[in-house]
Design a protein. Structure first.
Length: 291
């Protein structure tokens, strides 16, 4: 169990705010910090990692105190059992895939497990290659494997897939889900991507300007009412076309383009670039906008 209750003064686009983050993360849980840019998601993750110091509060992981302002405890990052995966991979350019992982290992057992991790992320054939010869998706797999070398108590993922193209992003989401289920490491993800959040998370913590407003399963948040349809998909509205007396809505669902017909009332609640749930109820689709 990971317990976090910290405060931090943040400078945001809305001005300076006094952020207060309070949450608990269960063992082996995949929890996503969800919200728009600039609300404090990455700052919260960096405070857990020890890369930023909270103004006050406590961080306790499996009974071990990582931070306690009242007792003046603030463990440095190297003394916290974390694995951190950044957006930009942060690989050593002069080291091979295998050498990048070996550099992260601290014990003989960890060094012995390097080849197993390389196999887990399906990079065995590329283990002697330099990062410059790898694709973006392959580099991100190396970064993920390296973060797992020390068997961390918590894996921290700061929008690690945001720079990848949609097809590679979906593939790595599947692989990340599989790795999480196989290793059972407690995972905290920063994301503002709805599809990614729904696909990977056990729960999400919705953050708005330095506050956790809600913690719940993803579909409980994104689907504000219970739908009886057999199929529910989340898509981005690409086009809204009037075809009197109805409207034709074009959505991007994953890497597929879907078109459906809705009433003028339903269309008025949608906007281009917005998100919507498309639900198949019998043979009549229902579109519900996502705020």
């Amino acid at each position: 169990m990971i317990l976090v209750n910290v405060t931090k003064r943040l400078n945001t686009a809305e001005g300076a705010i006094n952020a207060h983050f309070e949450l608990s993360i269960n063992d082996s849980e995949f929890l996503t910090l969800f919200g728009p840019s600039g609300v404090g998601k990455t700052t919260l993750m960096r405070m857990i990692a020890g890369l930023e110091k909270p103004d006050s509060g406590v961080i306790v992981v499996d009974g071990d105190v990582w931070f306690d302002s009242s007792q003046k405890i603030n463990l440095p990052p190297q003394n916290r059992s974390i694995g951190f995966v950044f957006q930009d991979y942060a690989l050593f350019p002069t080291m091979t895939v295998r050498e990048n992982l070996l550099f992260a290992a601290e014990t003989t057992d960890q060094r012995h497990n390097v080849d197993e991790l390389i196999e887990l992320v399906e990079l065995t054939a590329l283990s002697n290659r330099l990062p410059s010869t790898l694709s973006g998706g392959q580099k991100q797999r190396v970064a993920l494997a390296r973060a797992l070398v020390r068997h961390p108590k918590i894996l921290l993922l700061d929008e690690p897939l945001s720079a990848l193209d949609p097809s590679m992003r979906q593939k790595l989401q599947d692989e990340l889900s599989l790795i999480h289920s196989r290793l059972g490491v407690t995972t905290l993800l920063v994301s503002h991507d709805i599809a990614e959040t729904v696909k990977l998370s056990d729960r999400l913590a919705v953050i708005e300007l330095g506050r956790i407003k809600r913690i719940c399963p993803p579909m409980e948040f994104f689907s504000p009412q219970t739908l009886s349809g057999k199929l529910q998909l989340i898509g981005e509205v690409l086009k809204i076309e009037e075809d009197f007396p109805a409207f034709i809505i074009t959505l991007l669902v994953g890497s597929s383009v879907v078109r459906t017909v809705v009433s003028s009332t339903e269309a008025s609640a949608l906007c281009i670039g917005g998100r919507a749930i498309i639900s198949s109820k019998a043979f009549n689709p229902i579109l519900i906008p996502l705020s």
